[in-house]
Design a protein around this ligand. Structure first.
Ligand SMILES: [Zn+2]
Ligand SMILES: [Zn+2]
Length: 293
């Protein structure tokens, strides 16, 4: 394991240094640049949506409007590419910063919640052959997912192309991928997945977590903000924390949706169900500075 980790860290370091050598933006500068690009991306998405509605109302677009729509789509692709690169830089910095703790990462049945914790922070830096970021997924209907139930899926799956999807590639999780799971410093990881599940079943704990997530949700809603932790792979915008109307319990109550999501299925189809304690912990940690424990 240690050998695998040092190979990964060496590769990350050399790619990062090449990028810096070419004058690529890193650290605070990269964060600031990404913020401007995200603002622009929001405008571009809104204008595309506006043109789409206009086209539907009038049964078509003028030549000029069609050209504008085409230019905006190109600009969006370019912005998404640059934002993806900024995420890779951030992921590399995280890996290089936490080299010392990486050697402790060993994923087995006891620690699969580490995978779920890291899964939807979209800075893991795993890229598909088509160039899009890949997302760690697992069988959502399993109560306790084992290491073999996890796999990478291309985010191109969420991009509709005609009747199909832009990319449907899947890859199994490799041992060397564990080095991408860098945030292992959380107290949630000093216990096993099973113990973590037991803690969440306690009604008192569930109540506290529910009120913290509700507070976060109203706080974000009043500022009209999404979460920092995750972005939609199609639109690149921060996801919005939403609550189901009749949940059966804490792990059925919340989900993240793209700002272009619509309840009738007309909008963007990218949603992320918050069905594990690890995901709620990662969300609370990223947005409030404190996880569940
Ligand atoms: Zn792909
Ligand atoms: Zn979207």
């Amino acid at each position: 394991m240690t050998e695998v980790v040092s190979t990964v860290v060496d590769t990350v370091r050399s790619v990062y240094e090449t990028f810096v050598g070419k004058g690529g933006a890193v650290k605070d500068v990269a964060v600031e640049e990404a913020r401007h690009k995200k603002d622009r991306l929001r405008e571009v998405n809104d204008e595309i949506m506006h043109l789409r509605h206009r086209g539907m109302d009038r049964g078509g677009l003028s030549d000029q409007e069609r050209k504008r729509w085409h230019d905006l789509r190109e600009e969006r692709e370019e912005l998404l590419g640059k934002l993806h690169q900024a995420k890779e830089v951030k992921a590399a910095e995280k890996i290089l910063d936490s080299e010392a703790v990486l050697e402790k990462v060993e994923v087995d049945l006891e620690t699969t919640h580490v995978l779920q914790y890291n899964a939807f922070a979209d800075t893991l830096g795993k890229t598909c052959k088509c160039g899009r970021p890949m997302k760690l997924q697992w069988q959502r209907d399993l109560n306790v997912a084992g290491p073999r139930d996890f796999f990478w899926a291309c985010t191109g799956w969420y991009v509709p192309v005609g009747e199909g999807r832009a990319c449907t590639r899947r890859e199994p999780l490799q041992r060397s991928d564990y080095a991408l799971m860098t945030d292992t410093s959380a107290p949630e990881f000093s216990i096993t997945a099973e113990e973590f599940g037991v803690i969440l079943e306690d009604p008192g704990t569930a109540k506290i977590i529910t009120s913290r997530v509700n507070d976060l949700r109203s706080d974000l809603a009043s500022k009209k903000q999404g979460v920092e932790l995750a972005t939609c792979p199609v639109h690149g915008q921060n996801m919005v924390l939403r609550k189901k109307s009749n949940p059966t319990g804490l792990l059925d109550a919340y989900f993240l949706a793209c700002p272009h999501w619509q309840p009738n299925g007309q909008g963007c189809s990218f949603i992320e169900k918050l069905k594990s304690g690890s995901q709620l912990a990662a969300l609370l940690k990223a947005e409030t500075g404190r996880g569940i424990l």
